[in-house]
Design a protein around this ligand. Structure first.
Ligand SMILES: *Cc1c(COP(=O)(O)O)cnc(C)c1O
Length: 425
């Protein structure tokens, strides 16, 4: 086929294949526009976005308030570096610290950088506050975790695809089973050099695994007992995704009074990213109280872009939208509806065995082996039927639409999903 005969989609795909490193395996759809819960491909076909850029676009695509804050700031001052002060960063740090009820915020750009930052803070705290001997600190992590792609982070991943031939790996991590308090306690008991426990309140990438009720609270209590920092990676679960402002939703200022389910936990270190900017700009952050955050001193950590004025303006607008539009409440309500509608279908389904999740972070389990391509094929058919989603692991499909969805749209999506699944029964 000559270039002129190729479809616009195929041209875009071919360009990425030829000139881009092959570090992803995208669903074959080429998007060129987004608004709210919808995206459009290069041929003008409209889809419901049920991935939301891995829960970065909680506030909906191209939210006018967030885009407005960004363009306004972009025309005023974009980057100063932290060599100088800028008039936006302090405002943003105050706003976000009060919003999440912590003393201080450390601004970074991507989720992985924020996780790295949290690990560095935790190690410093271990040596300077807890009194662990230098280079001896250990951090407990969970099996099947996903915390990003840096060399240190993949060192404690057990995803072989993410790790293979990227060694040698960073030392100082102990892995325990997720949602297993005994495993956590025995790791804490057997070693005096434990500095922290890094955990996702729900394991998103692993396939939306929701821990047992009370797990996080009990894990936090164990951390207190052993003087170990409880570090919550809420990069994916945070910012209203799970039907509350944070999935750990401790002592925060969340307005949602009806977020029943998991009890409240206040992390010692909170890691945010993704929807902190509503998906318009890379903004991540680490929050902690002074006794912990003050181990960071001038020169000990930094980022050229971290804390830039655009990021500050964007994040404040994105957090405003979450409150103004009641996104936590909406995610809570629509999530319950989504699971109950899918459960009705699953009762009599052979292809789909389970729906699980919290708020609008959900997944279904397809009745086939992890190696099968059934889930992938279902996602291709969902695409044809106007809804975009992607398998997480083999036979699991994650469903995470923007939180600005309304009930009518959600019910429309439920019928697209069920009708598509019926084609595979
Ligand atoms: C996406 C994600 C990260 C990494 O964020 P990046 O911005 O891709 O570096 C870290 N932790 C969790 C839980 C995530 O979902």
């Amino acid at each position: 086929m000559s270039v002129a005969e190729k479809t616009l989609s195929q041209q875009a795909i071919d360009l990425e294949n030829k000139y881009g490193a092959h570090n992803y395996h995208p669903l074959p759809v080429v998007l060129s526009r987004g608004e709210g819960v919808y995206v459009w491909d290069v041929d003008g076909k409209k889809y419901y976005d049920f991935l939301s850029a891995y829960s970065a676009v909680n506030q909906g695509h191209c939210h006018p308030k967030i885009v407005g804050a960004m363009t306004n700031q972009a025309q005023t001052l974009t980057l100063t570096s932290r060599a100088f002060y800028n008039d936006m960063l302090g405002k943003y740090e105050k706003y976000a610290s009060e919003y999440f009820n912590f003393d201080k915020l450390l601004p970074m750009n991507t989720g992985a950088e924020a996780v790295e930052t949290a690990l560095k803070i935790c190690r410093r705290w271990a040596y300077e506050k807890k009194g662990i001997s230098e280079n001896e600190a250990q951090i407990i992590v969970c099996e099947n975790n996903f915390h990003g792609r840096t060399t240190t982070i993949i060192s404690f991943s057990n995803d072989q695809v993410a790790r293979k031939n990227f060694g040698p790996y960073t030392q100082g991590f102990i892995k325990v089973e997720y949602d297993n308090l005994e495993a956590l306690e025995s790791a804490l008991k057997s070693n005096n050099n434990i500095a922290g426990f890094l955990v996702e309140p729900i394991q998103g990438e692993a396939g939306v695994y929701v821990p047992s009720d009370g797990y996080l609270t009990a894990a936090k209590a164990l951390c207190e007992q052993y003087n170990v920092l409880f570090i919550a990676d809420e990069v994916q679960t945070g910012i209203a995704r799970t039907g509350r402002l944070l999935a750990t939703c401790g002592n925060c200022t969340c307005e949602n009074k009806d977020c029943s389910g998991t009890p409240e936990v206040k992390p010692d270190i909170l890691i945010l990213g993704k929807a902190l900017s509503g998906g318009v700009y890379p903004v991540s952050a680490v929050l902690a109280n002074d006794p912990i955050m003050n181990v960071i001193t001038p020169g000990s950590h930094g980022s050229t872009f971290g804390g830039n004025p655009i990021a500050g303006a964007v994040a404040m607008a994105a957090l405003d939208v979450v409150k103004e539009e009641g996104l936590a409440e909406n995610a809570d309500r629509l999530g319950k509806l989504f699971r109950s509608e899918l459960n009705k279908y699953i009762e009599n389904s052979d292809i789909c065995t389970l729906v699980r999740g919290r708020g609008l972070l959900n997944a279904i389990v397809i009745n086939d082996s992890e190696e099968s391509d059934t889930a992938w094929n279902i996602c291709l058919r969902l695409r044809d039927n106007g809804l975009l989603a992607k398998p997480t692991h083999g036979n699991i499909i994650r469903f995470a639409p923007p939180l600005v969805m309304n009930e009518e749209e959600l019910m429309d999506c439920v019928s697209i999903i069920i009708n598509t699944l019926k084609e595979f029964e």
